[in-house]
Design a protein. Structure first.
Length: 332
């Protein structure tokens, strides 16, 4: 049996959504330790799986790997369509588990486009591979315009910067009981509209924040500066998304972000991807106050929800079983 364990990621925003610039997208995000995903697979003569999404990815994996199949079980799962990267992590975990169950070391970066993943953001793949805080290069605008190419006809964006963040940093996650974030055809349609209208000047502002504030703060482990910079990246991204999602943050996320940002223990707060997950950046000493502020923020927004705490996951996914060697993410 092969076992793959990974976890959520936060997506702070893109570097550029304007067709006026040479590179499109270019995502900024971080791998987390929670919530977690665990997938198991055993070799079999055909594909079977415990849920529809896992079965679809297992069927694709069997074709790509040229193996008969595998029996796949999702033991722990991530919340779907809430801004935590569940689709990419499930696709890569299933692929890696099917590969290892059949005696093959997985190359998830090569497989991701063929699984329909990393069509815009490369943070999920990079997080699965090596964890940490990541900025990717995006896609060439001339190749990757408003319409995403067919599955498999792109490359996962290269990692242009990666840093391990301090172990005492924490991300407080507020998960409102709200409509799921956009996915599938709805997300494609929304992104197309956003890209067609995106102001290129916003990308220039984001570039300055990332290069002069965010990357130095990540490299030097300065919590306050890091939190302030990722929050600014999120606010600037919200200017692009305002028409598509009903504001800089999607309702009722704006209220949660505002209240969480007012907490002295929180260095910065924002919306992950399309939401509704809200993150707050803090550390071990401030986590209790940040959690209480997150609960208050949910109440102020008039919604129920969960509050979770995660650390930075500074390593890749854990892949065990099947063949030995140097698989993606396995820790000694």
């Amino acid at each position: 049996m092969a076992t793959v364990e990974t976890a959520a990621r936060l997506h702070f925003g893109f570097g550029n959504l304007s067709l006026a610039h040479e590179r499109l997208y270019g995502s900024v995000g971080v791998a987390l330790t929670a919530p977690r995903l665990r997938v198991e697979a055993t070799p079999a003569d055909a594909v079977s799986a415990t849920d529809d999404a896992a079965r679809e990815y297992a069927e694709r994996a069997a074709v790509l790997l040229n193996v008969p199949g595998a029996a796949v079980t999702v033991e722990q799962r991530l919340p779907r369509h809430v801004g935590l990267g569940s689709g990419t992590q499930l696709a890569l975990a299933v692929y890696a588990a099917v590969a290892r169950a059949n005696g093959i070391d997985p190359d998830v970066r090569d497989a991701a486009p063929k699984l329909g993943r990393a069509g815009r953001s490369g943070v999920g793949v990079a997080g699965f591979e090596q964890g940490g805080f990541v900025v990717d290069a995006g896609h060439p605008t001339a190749r990757f315009t408003t319409d995403r190419p067919a599955d498999g006809e792109w490359q996962v964006p290269a990692v242009v910067a990666r840093h391990e963040l301090p172990e005492d940093w924490r991300f407080v996650l507020a998960l409102p009981d709200a409509d799921p974030g956009r996915s599938g055809d709805e997300e494609e349609s929304s992104m197309r509209a956003v890209v067609e209208r995106a102001d290129p000047a916003v990308a220039d502002e984001i570039s300055g924040v990332v290069s002069r504030r965010l990357l130095p703060a990540a490299a030097e482990g300065r919590l306050s500066a890091f939190g302030d910079a990722v929050a600014e990246v999120g606010r600037l991204n919200g200017a692009w998304y305002a028409d598509a999602q009903g504001g800089v943050y999607r309702p009722p996320v704006g209220t949660v972000v505002e209240r969480l940002s007012d907490c002295p223990a929180v260095a910065g707060a924002g919306q992950s991807s399309w939401g509704p997950t809200v993150y707050g950046v803090t550390d071990a000493t401030g986590v209790d106050a940040a959690c209480e502020s997150a609960r208050d923020a949910l109440r102020a927004a008039g919604v129920d929800g969960d509050v979770l705490v995660a650390r930075v996951r500074n390593e890749g996914a854990t892949v065990r079983g099947g063949v030995t060697g140097d698989p993606v993410g396995e820790r000694p």
